[in-house]
Each structure stands twice: as structure tokens, then as C-alpha cells.
Design a protein around this ligand. Structure first.
Ligand code: PLP
Length: 396
């Protein structure tokens, strides 16, 4: 028999994945071009050419024994130094290689940091709507995830309620901006206030509260919007980065954690995170892709492609009568469900071969998420279906 904890996890297993599987089945029946799958955040812009060129050059010219061998758990020193230097030049920080730990994507990094920080019963706060996998990452180490209710006016964090929810048991706060599922970028004003609240609570309780910035979508920001670099606003910040979306490499499993000198117990945390990376079974981040990303730190995904999708889908949905906040980043739209039960609405959408994810998967019922990292034609062809769906719901 499997463990009791896994029974629960299997039952709650991601609705997003379930929808993705359903999409594949529908595509087999109706033809892929007649199914409009907005369920999964799988980038559809190809990785930059520089990635392929770097991989080939590394395989042909670098020392194969080193490339395929074991290494320090934290990753190659030269790669970590290159990441630190790139961050310093972009954000005016002063990181060095010891502040960088290469990880198996953002998911690996978040698990490493939760393993490193959490005692059973420790609380981790996040803001609804949030990436549903946080529940599993925190529960993996017997922590308790608590979500601050959504501010559905503009989806900036609700800081009053946040302040009230912090207790002596609060060990960490996870923020994600640009946000999955809303596409909202947390403003500098929000971050400054959040940092003030956290400092005040640390003083009040005599504890350290770590702010974990989960930022796989940092590079996907539109209209010139600035995404604040959080280590500059709050000392106890840990950054989790991933190349899954920025370079369209989700299957390669490559990312890093930034563990700054300024945070409390920095040396202890860095040492423990290095061990956690090993004992969680990752051992180290994939070798080839560490070396590839070190050469591609200035490469960029085609953000303009996503931007065109964003503009077309957002204005099309608005015209059809749907309501949603205009996303400033990532590749998601969070749309208000015209029906109280958004799961029922998702079922109705399936009649039109539109696959959407219920907001309850993100701790925010009454909304649905659309991932617009799809072919532009999918959006163009889906808009009449959205129109018909809106009509059935009495929106136009
Ligand atoms: N965090 C957020 C907010 C995400 O949306 C995702 C993936 O969609 C992840 C983390 C996991 O990213 P990775 O593929 O790098 O593990």
C-alpha cells in the first residue's frame, strides 16, 4: 500500500495536468486543430538558437569526463560565478558564486529551500491566487501553507490581511511575480510595504521570516513594466529562478537559488541547501544545461510572440463580455467566471473544445486561468468559440 500522505496527494493531484491529458484525448477524437487547449504553461516559443549552438559546442569541445561526471552539489563554480556576475550587472547587486546554488528548475529549488528551512508545523504564507504546487512543496516537509485571500480588485497582495496572518510560526512567505495565474506584476510600492511588515513582525516575534521570490516568469514582462529585484528591498530574501519559461527549457530542469550573504544564518542555510539538493535525490542540477545556460545568460525568449497573443486574447475576451485584469507579465489570463461554480463553467467551455483551468486549483474559486503560450492561430480560431460561450452564459 502507498503512504497515507501520498493517498491525499494523488487525490489532489493537479487539475492542470488532468486537463492537459483530457486535451490530448479530445485532440485524438476531434483533431488537434479543433481543440483550444489553454490548460498548460508549456512554452511554445522555441528556445533561442544560442541554446542549441551552445549545447552542440559544449558536447563537441568540452571535456566529456568532466561534463558527464559528478560535481559539487551546488553546481559548477564557474557557472555559479557567471550567474552571479549576470545578476550583478542587471540589478546592481553584489552576489558571488557562493550565493548561487544550481537547481533542478524552480520546483527543485523550492523543494530544496523548504527542506532547508521548515520544521514540522512551520507556517508558510502565500497570496491567493497562487501556483497550486506550493501546497505539495510545503507539505513535503510537513509545513503548513496558508494563503492570504485574494484581492480581486487588482490582484496585488492583500497586505492588511497578510500582516494579520503572520505568527511566531511563520517561517517563510512565497511570492510569485509576474504571477501565475494572474499575470500581475507586484508593484514596487507593494514590495516596500511587504518588507516593512515583515521587518516589524520579525522584531515583534524575535524570529527570522524568509521571503522566497519564485520567479520563473521574470523575463516575461510587457509594456516596459519593471519587476523589482526583491533582495534589494528585504534582507531575508531568497530568489528561486528557472530557465523553464525564460529560455523555453522546461524539460531540461534547470534553475538556481540565490542565497544572499545578508540573510540571517546565511552560511548555515547555504550549507544545508547544498546538502538538501543531494539528499532529495537531485544530487546536482543537470550538468550539460548548467554549462549551456552559463553561455546564454543574455539570450531572450521571443517575448513579442507572447505579447501578440496577450493583446489578441485579452481584447477578444473583453469584446465577448468577459472580465479580467490586463496581465503585465507571464503568459496567463485570469478570467472571472460568469457562473458561480467555475468548474461548471469549465465543463461548459469543453463543449466548445475550450480547455480552461478552474481558479480553485490556485486557491481562488470563481475564476478560470487561460495559458496563452499557444500558437497565435489557436487564439484567433478560439475567439469565435469564446463568443459563443459568452452568449450561452448571457454575457453578450
Ligand atoms: N513556480 C511557478 C509559479 C510556476 O508557474 C512553475 C511552472 O509552471 C514553477 C514554479 C515550476 O517551474 P520549473 O519548471 O522551473 O520547475
Amino acid at each position: 500500500m502507498i503512504s497515507e500522505k501520498m493517498i491525499g496527494m494523488v487525490q489532489n493531484s493537479s487539475a492542470i495536468r488532468a486537463m492537459f491529458e483530457e486535451g490530448k484525448k479530445m485532440a485524438a477524437i476531434y483533431g488537434a486543430e479543433n481543440v483550444y487547449d489553454f490548460s498548460l504553461g508549456n512554452p511554445n516559443v522555441p528556445a533561442p538558437q544560442a541554446v542549441k549552438e551552445a549545447a552542440i559546442d559544449i558536447l563537441e569541445h568540452e571535456d566529456a569526463l568532466m561534463l558527464h561526471g559528478y560535481m559539487s552539489n551546488s553546481g559548477y563554480e564557474d557557472v555559479r560565478a557567471a550567474v552571479a556576475a549576470s545578476l550583478n550587472s542587471r540589478f546592481g547587486t553584489a552576489f558571488h558564486e557562493e550565493n548561487i546554488l544550481m537547481t533542478v528548475g524552480a520546483a527543485g529549488g523550492l523543494n530544496v529551500i523548504c527542506k532547508t528551512l521548515l520544521n514540522p508545523g512551520d507556517e508558510v504564507l502565500t497570496f491567493a491566487p497562487y501556483f497550486g504546487e506550493y501546497r505539495s512543496y510545503v507539505s513535503n516537509y510537513d509545513g503548513v501553507l496558508k494563503a492570504v485571500p485574494a484581492n480581486t480588485i487588482d490582484f496585488q497582495p492583500n497586505l492588511e490581511q497578510f500582516s494579520e496572518m503572520i505568527t511566531e510560526k511563520t517561517k517563510a512567505v512565497i511570492v510569485n511575480s509576474p504571477n501565475n495565474p494572474t499575470g500581475v506584476v507586484y508593484s514596487e510600492e507593494t514590495i516596500v510595504k511587504m518588507a516593512e511588515i515583515l521587518r516589524g513582525k520579525q522584531r515583534e516575534f524575535g524570529t527570522s521570516i524568509y521571503l522566497i521570490s519564485d520567479e520563473p516568469y521574470r523575463e516575461l514582462a510587457y509594456d516596459g513594466v519593471e519587476v523589482p529585484y526583491l533582495t534589494k528591498y528585504y534582507e531575508n530574501t531568497i530568489v528561486g529562478y528557472s530557465f523553464s519559461k525564460s529560455l523555453s527549457l522546461p524539460g531540461e530542469r534547470i534553475g538556481y537559488l540565490v542565497l544572499p550573504d545578508e540573510m540571517d544564518d546565511s552560511e548555515l542555510i547555504r550549507g544545508a541547501a547544498n546538502v538538501a539538493n543531494r539528499i532529495l535525490g537531485y544530487v546536482n542540477a543537470p550538468s550539460l544545461f548548467q554549462r549551456v545556460i552559463a553561455r546564454c545568460l543574455d539570450a531572450k525568449a521571443d517575448v513579442e510572440y507572447y505579447n501578440r497573443n496577450r493583446e489578441t486574447l485579452y481584447s477578444g475576451l473583453q469584446k465577448a463580455g468577459f472580465t479580467c485584469v490586463r496581465p503585465q507579465g507571464a503568459f496567463y489570463l485570469f478570467v472571472k467566471s460568469p457562473m458561480e461554480d467555475e468548474k461548471q463553467f469549465c465543463d461548459m467551455a469543453k463543449k466548445y473544445h475550450l480547455l480552461l483551468v478552474p481558479g480553485s486549483s490556485f486557491g481562488c474559486p470563481g475564476y478560470v486561468r487561460l495559458a496563452y503560450c499557444v500558437a497565435y492561430e489557436t487564439i484567433v480560431n478560439a475567439l469565435p468559440k469564446f463568443d459563443a460561450l459568452a452568449q450561452e452564459c448571457g454575457l453578450n
